[in-house]
Ligand binder design. Structure first.
Ligand code: DX5
Ligand code: ZN
Length: 214
């Protein structure tokens, strides 16, 4: 099943309830980008915004941590209402295993994320343990960037390795996804599509979401 996860980073923060309503009615997950100005050069939003969205959300919250020392904040995001939490392998390295355990200890689904320049093999040791994989198709840090075409080959490689292991977990892809490239991203083996600007900057966001499911 294909799931569309609109990235709230591109929402209208002055009228957030309208965009939350859009996701509730037309999409599958809330993708929440947490940036600390250190792991990535940008700062996004934190607990008050996540908690406010959680109060109105009728779809699961998918929290994408782009922060240093991700283990430090797992409990807070679990308490804030996250159903899925992903952390960057590049920020966790040898601690990845214990961070996955920590996420699971709160009954939350765990995902591991890599940027486009990180070899996919780096996350293979965790594929039997995580509940989903998040592959960045732009460099983490900003919305509105252009999809990197080489990402398709990376999706295929991870899907192949998951198949080899008999793991039926979804691959989520994040960055530059729109109705124009959704079909090839799905064709490569992705099941969760994150989309920020192509949803919230569209003239008809509901139609943009529907177009990406095809
Ligand atoms: C980038 C974020 C993305 C971003 C996607 O660091 O992880 O989730 O908001 O935005 P678009 O779809 O505009 O590339
Ligand atoms: Zn993201």
């Amino acid at each position: 099943m294909i799931q569309i996860a609109p990235s709230i980073l591109s929402a209208d923060f002055l009228h957030l309830s309208e965009d939350v309503d859009l996701v509730n009615r037309h999409a599958d997950l809330f993708h929440l980008d947490i940036m600390d100005g250190s792991f990535v050069p940008n700062i996004s939003f934190g607990f008050p915004v996540v908690e406010a969205i959680a109060r109105e959300a009728r779809r699961p919250l998918d929290v994408h941590l782009m922060i240093v020392d991700p283990g430090k904040y797992i409990e807070r995001f679990a308490q804030a209402g996250a159903a899925m939490i992903s952390f960057h392998y590049e920020a966790a390295l040898d601690e990845s295993d214990s961070i996955i355990d920590l996420i699971h200890s709160f009954g939350v689904k765990a995902g591991i994320v890599i940027n486009p320049d990180c070899p996919v093999e780096k996350i293979f040791p965790y594929l039997d343990k995580v509940d989903f994989v998040l592959l960045m198709s732009v460099f983490a840090g900003f919305g509105g960037q252009k999809f990197i075409p080489e990402s398709l080959e990376r999706i295929r490689s991870v899907r192949k390795e998951l198949d080899r292991r008999g793991r039926r977990i979804p691959i989520e892809v994040d960055g530059g996804i729109s109705p124009d490239n959704a079909r090839s991203v799905i064709g490569a083996g992705a099941e969760i599509l994150v989309a920020g600007s192509s949803v919230f900057k569209a003239a008809d966001p509901a139609a943009a979401i529907a177009a990406m499911r095809l």
